[in-house]
Ligand binder design. Structure first.
Ligand code: ADP
Ligand code: MG
Length: 327
């Protein structure tokens, strides 16, 4: 089976003083139809720019993807299509929600107006049918009194309600892929759990594939099927949620797990990974995690480790596993 989304050799460059500097580099991963994949890593690891590159929304005047990058989605090569074709795909076949719904909602237009615009642009429904569809979607995301809320303005809603509206809009055209970039980070914990469960429920109901971007492994544990761990613009480990939590391999993944608050764990002090994510212009020569790694060896400082298959569903890029038999 071919994947719904296949990202191969993704490299993203940003212009800095007339020169392009590589940030994300050599990134491979895929998302199958209907599955929920978590993309995890600390802030600055390249999660957002990766998702923007898939959406074709990187700022064109000062960034680009390299020539070797391949992004296949739903049978199309996204690096080869025109902007017009891309616009057709966005909102139709793939849509995206962000951490801050206010940045995507227009404050001077009602929720209904904005939803109608979206639905009318992507379907053949009449205005009246579009409004009905919008109300129906608001009900799907469990907004109470949807018929009243539809005529309200974004600022009249709470953060959690605004995020529900964004999810309703993103799903109103029944996309094959939803990219959710830190959709619950700005919300408090109880609302966070409600929104995650909502996304999970809708993913199942509509069989939408979801790429859930988060810095929080706890979020992933809740709802994802598979996890892609990114560090400093590279994928360091990829596995099922079960394998990531029960048999993590990469020292970075292990570090993330150890710095995760846990309800069952007796540890009262969390162990943060020392140091910080390097800036694009200061990437170490070998493994990008080497300067922060507790297991660092000579090989790690020399060259970057290749992606290694540890099982049919578990991949890791780390010199610790370079010599292991493929199982
Ligand atoms: N607008 C931009 N201009 C220049 N560099 C950027 C821009 N946006 C992101 N980057 C670079 O890409 C890297 C990854 O950023 P980002 O994708 O936002 O990380 P994450 O979402 O994982 O926190 C950053 O280290 C930053 O240097
Ligand atoms: Mg981000």
């Amino acid at each position: 089976m071919t994947a719904l989304l296949q990202v191969e050799n993704l490299e993203i460059l940003f212009k800095k003083e007339q020169q392009y500097v590589s940030t994300v580099s050599g990134v491979h991963f895929h998302v199958d139809s209907g599955e929920m994949v978590g993309i995890v890593g600390e802030s600055g690891c390249g999660k957002s720019v990766t998702s923007l590159s898939i959406m074709g929304l990187l700022p064109k005047d000062f960034s680009k993807v390299s020539q070797n990058t391949k992004i296949h989605f739903n049978g199309k090569s996204l690096t080869e299509i025109t902007e017009k074709e891309y616009r057709k795909i966005r909102g139709n076949d793939m849509s995206m929600i962000f951490q801050d719904p206010m940045s995507s909602l227009n404050p001077v237009l009602t929720i209904g107006y904005q939803m109608n615009e979206m639905i009318l642009a992507h379907t053949k429904l009449s205005k009246k049918e579009a409004r009905k569809k919008a109300i129906n979607m608001l009900e799907k995301v469990r907004i109470p009194r949807a018929e009243k809320i539809i005529d309200e303005y974004p600022h009249q809603l709470s953060g959690g309600m605004r995020q529900r509206v964004m999810i309703a809009m993103a799903l109103s055209c029944n996309p094959k892929l939803l990219i959710a970039d830190e959709p619950t980070t700005a919300l408090d914990v109880t609302i966070q759990a409600q929104i995650l469960n909502l996304i999970k429920g809708l993913q199942k109901e509509f069989n939408t594939a979801v790429m859930l971007i988060t810095h929080d492994l706890g979020v992933v544990a809740e709802v994802c099927d598979r996890v892609v761990v990114m560090y400093a613009g590279k994928v360091v480990e990829e596995a099922s949620v079960d394998e990531i939590f029960n048999a993590p391999k990469h020292p970075y993944t292990i570090g993330l797990l150890n710095s995760m608050p846990s309800l069952t764990d007796e540890k009262d002090r969390l162990e943060a990974i020392p140091g910080a994510v390097p800036l694009p212009e200061e990437m170490p020569k070998g493994c990008r995690f080497a300067p922060r790694c507790s297991e660092v060896m000579d090989a790690c400082l020399e060259s970057a480790p290749e992606k290694r298959m540890l099982s049919s569903s578990h991949y890791c890029s780390c010199w610790l596993y370079e010599e292991e038999e493929v199982g």
